[in-house]
Design a protein. Structure first.
Length: 101
């Protein structure tokens, strides 16, 4: 064993992403970040607080006319660590089970 992991290493390793149990079967399901309508960037106020702490850079901001930018979450890059959830000042970020392809 290589020793204890730091919190950062634990949260940024893809294999260490949190999991949820569905239907009591005990099968783990990966979680992904989702954005809801409370997002102040969507409502017109400049905010990038969810993207700043995202280590894998799963949250990108698509520029719009007028200087605004809308957050977009990459399902391929998101590890489901939840750091964006705690960074959002209005609770617009949530974690939910990833949709199977």
């Amino acid at each position: 064993m290589s020793g204890p992991l730091s919190r950062r290493a634990l949260l940024t390793r893809r294999s260490a992403a949190p999991v949820a149990l569905l239907d009591g079967a005990g099968e783990p399901v990966a979680l992904l970040a989702h954005l809801n309508a409370n997002c102040i960037s969507v409502q017109g106020t400049a905010c990038r607080l969810c993207g700043d702490p995202c280590e894998p850079r799963a949250i990108r901001f698509r520029p719009l006319l007028g200087g605004r930018a809308l957050p977009e979450i990459s399902a391929e890059t998101c590890t489901g660590c939840g750091v964006c959830v705690s960074a959002c000042p209005v609770g617009a970020m949530t974690l939910a089970p990833a949709q199977s392809a």
